[in-house]
Write a protein that binds this ligand. Structure first.
Ligand code: SAH
Length: 211
């Protein structure tokens, strides 16, 4: 695909993006989050390397996870795995100026990359946090929604604890070679899990993730 507009049109047409998610994705040019060596593939529907063995997710997965999370204006969202900052920027558009996104990243050089990319785009409502996101991010908890963009062996307990009553969490769960994208919903003391589709993410490494 040749432009961000064309890519978003495709995501809408195939039902990956809702109208609200498509609007947000139109404001965030994927090209700005892709390393120079891969620019010609910036709008193609697959993941791309961003350094340190990490990847920026495929646009269809970013769109689908954003749609399922259903982030609304004013919400506070936690992202685990900032990577390039692309998903965080889209979440920032969805929650708007009155909302906030906290994105945790465990690799310092990747956290710096995300910070730079977000600053270049002028996104102000994302706080980049550096640390092990399997423990969530206690200082800003609880969250209306949590999005984990790395694969976990199981849903980390601290993330369930930091989710508000009525909150939604999207997380890929399974072994390192493929996972099931899981929607976790917390209603009172009840926590339900629903499988959405098979996916492939880089591993979530940390105390409540892969060792
Ligand atoms: N959402 C990103 C893509 C994420 S790739 C984007 O839009 O570009 C997965 C990221 O998760 C990697 O950067 C990896 O370093 C990070 N990660 C892995 N384990 C983590 C952990 N325990 N805490 C925080 N980040 C983690």
């Amino acid at each position: 695909m040749k432009s961000n507009e064309e890519m978003v049109g495709y995501l809408l047409q195939y039902g990956y993006a809702s109208a609200r998610v498509a609007d947000a994705m139109l404001k965030v040019d994927r090209k700005r989050f892709v390393p120079p060596a891969y620019l010609e593939h910036a709008y193609d529907d697959y993941p791309l390397p961003i350094g340190s063995d990490q990847t920026i997710s495929a646009p269809s997965i970013v769109a689908l996870m954003s749609k399922e999370l259903d982030a609304r204006p004013g919400m506070k969202i936690l992202e685990v795995g900032a990577g390039s900052g692309y998903q965080a920027a889209i979440l920032a558009m969805l929650v708007g100026e009155k909302g906030k996104v906290v994105s945790v990243e465990r690799l310092s050089e990747i956290a710096e990359l995300a910070k730079r990319n977000l600053a270049d785009l002028g996104v102000g409502n994302v706080e980049l946090a550096y640390g092990d996101g399997t423990k969530g991010w206690e200082p800003e908890a609880p969250y209306d929604g949590i999005m984990v963009t790395a694969a976990a062996p199981s849903v980390p307990g601290p993330l369930i604890a930091q989710l508000k009553d009525g909150g939604r969490m999207l997380i890929p769960v399974g072994p390192s070679y493929w996972q099931e994208l899981v929607l976790v919903e917390k209603i009172g003391k009840k926590v339900s899990q629903k499988n959405i589709l098979p996916v492939m993410f880089v591993p979530l490494v940390g105390e409540y993730g892969f060792k």
